[in-house]
Design a protein around this ligand. Structure first.
Ligand SMILES: Nc1ncnc2c1ncn2[C@@H]1O[C@H](COP(=O)(O)OP(=O)(O)OP(=O)(O)O)[C@@H](O)[C@H]1O
Ligand SMILES: [Zn+2]
Length: 829
């Protein structure tokens, strides 16, 4: 043994150990706890522990352990250790720290977002009486005795019950001593919460494994004939499938549970519970059964070239150019190298269509992760990603928070999509941007951003050589881009003050498409088209009592509901403004269109796809499937039909209300309008190049429409970047939006004003506001917003961020504003 090793051992024995722990609270910094002697061998970074703070218990994650006693206070001991191996690696902890700093939240917020809920301590811990305790209560103090006695009586106690027995401040030390004295142990309910999925398997009793025995059993059968049939069915399934599950056996044999039970009682069959994996398991196979076109191959080579010396590359490929095909090739490469790859898509684009397509190539090598997963499935996936068993993950935003071990590639498809940004709750992160940092933590890992309509920010980064740029400007098989036609609707007759929904030109083109046995997509922008009730006499519209918004009418439940707080109200029959009983229900934009279309095209199958319709008959996936199968001729939809769908027979796309997209007050309006129109156009003529797009608009000369007409992204970029430069909007500056919420309007406004004034002293920051947002009251809380613009200089930004955080802490330590909720949103969209 060398001298240094002896020293090390010595240190371990003598020195107390401390741990910095991430807890799910908004704290200005992480706190430190002391690691009791017994826990020292098992505590390591990345494991979960239980700690108490201000008399409440939390599950935290150990971020760092060290020996030097923190100055100025005595750290409290950790109460319990919940894991025997880390839940996350060092890299994830680093990632969380960066995210918290960048997005002005806490590492606890990230922890909350990242780890599946079953890993969190959600219910109270329970103390369990130790049966082996020898009843010797000598040298027990009064408190220990009280609890021990109660435990012996009841066998188990919740912590809240212990709290009732004792003075609250004493609970943890007493429990700790009781555990030390082996009176009881803590049963973490959360450990139990992740339940393995069990299924009942049926097997043959071992004595019949010998053919002779089995034969004589069958030959000398004297029991019920139904049981014999069941036994034969069992033997058949066992032969064909190897394993026999109880429900399948009963289904296939048509036998009853009682008949099965009889065979089990007779010791002919056995029933056995086994845990099975919840994740869908496909055979692990790699099937790359296509060749890239020349153009695609060239682009792929260029991407690889870029990756030699740049970490991030944008693949700017027009719609239907086959970007997905390139991704598949790149993922294959990672797999062959034994590395992990993450393929991200916006949540809504993560349809069965894409999943099927990817699974076709990667089979069981790929796991899908999205919000529809239940917590148990998440735990299972989490563990398999952590162990490296799962190599490829296809998922939405939150899949970025999985504990990858050896990540080689992240693909962010549709990188411009706003749903990569989380709005509520914290962390309000953009998964595209964070992916770039995350990848930088893995040696050699690369990020590929893909889009037909890149975000201005990303393209700017390419222009400045921060990212590499690879273009794929032709569709697969050189199919032509759709032809864009602009239809001026200002001269159309109006119905009740609104222009007709379908112009004569639109109707003609639709008829032509239908005659040619093609399909049609009609796109209606989501904004401002929710159904509501309106008084015909005075124009009054029912409002939510808690929020400053009109109520939306829901056909299905025949109720009015608030989309901000979720409150339901009965349908209104009497106007509170004028007493009239005469109400009209305004319809969804898409619903109106559906009705109009059905009236004109009587023999066509019409369906609509929007958030409202999907609550009804078909799910998103089902609707896509039947549209694929051409069981629907005309599909009317909102933003949902835009996202990366691949249909073969669509020849016409109608954009019904381009005005709505081009006219709303947001500096990103042009970018968004272009993206939407180009993406939805991209659904037309993907296989035969005979796609047409008709845009109904009152100002056909709008520059954005001219860019859409020529599919000219670069012209859009040049136009847009100039105005961004002029008004110092991103990418020339950074924005942080801070929202203040309080139940009294003036308090919220005061808090915002104070913070604005304080920040203004820093001349680097430009403060806009405080201003009331369009919806200025939600759940009875009044809202005010500050918009902070800051220069794009890394050092400066760190400084500004720190000042904002300081101001939040200062405001919240002032009694008057302690109850103001302050929500910073970095890089808001
Ligand atoms: N090399 C290839 N071999 C066979 N089929 C291909 C190839 N490249 C593309 N395709 C097919 O062409 C269609 C369009 O490709 P894909 O969906 O990947 O385009 P995309 O660039 O992702 O489009 P978008 O941006 O509109 O989503 C798909 O049906 C795809 O299977
Ligand atoms: Zn409301």
């Amino acid at each position: 043994m060398s001298i240094s090793e002896i020293n090390l051992d010595f240190t371990k024995e003598e020195k107390p150990l401390y741990a910095e722990i991430i807890v799910p609270l908004f704290l200005p910094q992480n706190y430190t706890w002391q690691v009791p002697h017994d826990f020292q061998p098992v505590v390591s970074t990345g494991i979960r522990v239980e700690v108490a703070l201000r008399n409440k218990k939390y599950t935290g994650i150990v971020k760092r352990i060290f020996h030097d006693k923190p100055e100025g206070f005595n750290p409290k001991p950790i109460l319990n250790v919940l894991d025997d191996e880390p839940l996350v690696y060092e890299k994830q902890l680093q990632f969380w720290r960066w995210m918290a700093q960048y997005y002005l939240c806490t590492e606890g917020d990230i922890m909350q977002a990242a780890i599946p809920s079953n890993f969190k301590l959600s219910s109270e811990s329970v103390l369990i009486w130790n049966e082996a305790f020898d009843d010797s209560y000598k040298d027990f103090d009064d408190e220990e005795f009280l609890v021990a006695e109660a435990l012996q009586l009841k066998n188990e106690l919740r912590l809240s019950e212990v709290q009732q027995i004792l003075d609250a401040t004493h609970v943890y030390p007493v429990i700790k001593r009781l555990i030390e004295k082996q009176v009881c142990f803590i049963w973490e309910e959360l450990k139990q919460k992740y339940k393995e999925k069990k299924e009942v398997f049926i097997t043959l009793h071992p004595k019949f494994h010998q053919e002779k025995e089995l034969e004589s059993l069958l030959n000398e059968w004297s029991g019920a004939p139904k049981q014999m049939e069941l036994l034969l069915a069992f033997l058949h399934v066992q032969k064909t499938e190897g394993e026999v599950k109880q429900p399948e056996l009963l289904k296939k044999s048509g036998a009853t549970n009682a008949q099965l039970k009889a065979l089990i009682t007779k010791n002919i069959l056995l029933a056995e519970k086994r845990s099975v994996t919840r994740l869908q398991v496909l055979p692990r196979q790699l099937k790359i059964d296509f060749e890239l076109s020349d153009a695609q191959q060239k682009s792929l080579d260029k991407v690889k070239e870029v990756f030699k010396d740049q970490n991030v590359c944008l693949l700017h490929g027009v719609t239907a150019s086959g970007k997905t095909q390139l991704y598949i090739k790149l993922i294959e490469e990672q797999l062959l190298q034994g590395k992990q790859a993450l393929f991200m898509l916006p949540e809504i684009a993560l349809t069965a269509q894409v999943i099927r397509r990817i699974q076709h190539h990667f089979g069981g090598y790929i796991a899908v992760y999205h919000s529809k997963f239940n917590p148990n499935e998440r735990v299972e996936l989490w563990n398999k990603v952590k162990s490296g068993e799962i190599k490829i993950v296809l998922g939405a935003r939150s899949s970025l928070l999985l504990p990858f071990q050896d990540l080689g590639l992240i693909i962010v498809d549709e990188e411009h999509d706003a749903s990569y940004k989380q709005q509520e709750p914290a962390p309000r992160y953009n998964a595209r941007d964070t992916a770039i940092f995350y990848a930088s933590l893995f040696d050699g890992a690369r990020v590929l951003l893909g889009s037909a309509t890149p975000s201005i920010e990303t393209y700017f980064n390419c222009k400045n050589n921060k990212y590499g740029l690879v273009e794929l400007m032709e569709r697969y098989e050189n199919v032509a881009m759709p032809e864009i036609l602009l239809e001026d609707i200002t001269y159309l007759p109006k119905e009740n003050g609104a222009p007709v929904l379908l112009s004569p030109a639109m109707q003609t083109m639709m008829q032509q498409a239908l005659d040619a046995k093609k399909q049609i997509i009609l796109f209606q922008n989501r904004r401002g088209y929710s159904p509501y009730q309106i008084c015909n006499t005075c124009g009054w519209i029912p409002q939510c009592k808690n929020c400053a918004v009109s109520l939306t009418y829901h056909k299905g439940k025949n109720k009015l509901s608030c989309h901000y707080c979720g409150t339901d109200y009965p349908v209104v029959n009497t106007c509170i403004a004028c007493g009239s009983h005469d109400f009209t229900r305004k319809k969804f934009g898409t619903e109106q269109i559906e009705e109009a279309v059905s009236e004109i095209f009587l023999t066509s199958n019409v369906a609509r796809m929007d958030y409202d319709s999907l609550r009804g008959k078909y799910s998103h996936d089902a609707l896509i499937k039947i549209f694929e199968q051409q069981k629907i001729d005309i599909l009317i939809g909102t933003q949902m039909v835009v996202k990366g769908l691949d249909f073969e027979h669509v020849s016409l796309v109608g954009i019904l209300d381009a005005d709505g997209m081009l006219n709303f007050p947001d500096f990103r309006v042009n970018e968004r309008a272009f993206q939407l129109m180009e993406q939805v156009s991209g659904r037309a003529g993907r296989k035969d190049g005979k796609g047409k797009v008709l845009v109904q608009v009152s100002n056909p000369n709008h520059p954005v429409l001219q860019f859409v007409k020529k599919h000219d992204y670069k012209a859009l970029y040049d136009y847009e970047i100039e105005s961004r430069r002029q008004f110092a909007y991103p990418p020339f500056s950074r924005l942080i939006k801070v929202t203040f919420k309080h139940k009294e309007q003036h308090i919220a406004e005061e808090a915002a004003t104070i913070m604005g004034r304080a920040l203004e002293k820093n001349k680097q920051m430009e403060i806009v506001g405080p201003a009331e947002p369009l919806v200025n009251r939600v759940r009875n809380q009044y809202l005010f917003e500050l918009l902070i613009k800051m220069p794009k200089d890394a050092k400066m930004m760190t400084h500004c961020r720190r000042q904002i955080m300081q101001q939040i802490v200062i405001l919240q330590s002032n009694k008057r504003y302690a109850r103001v909720t302050i929500l910073p949103d970095v890089d808001p969209l």
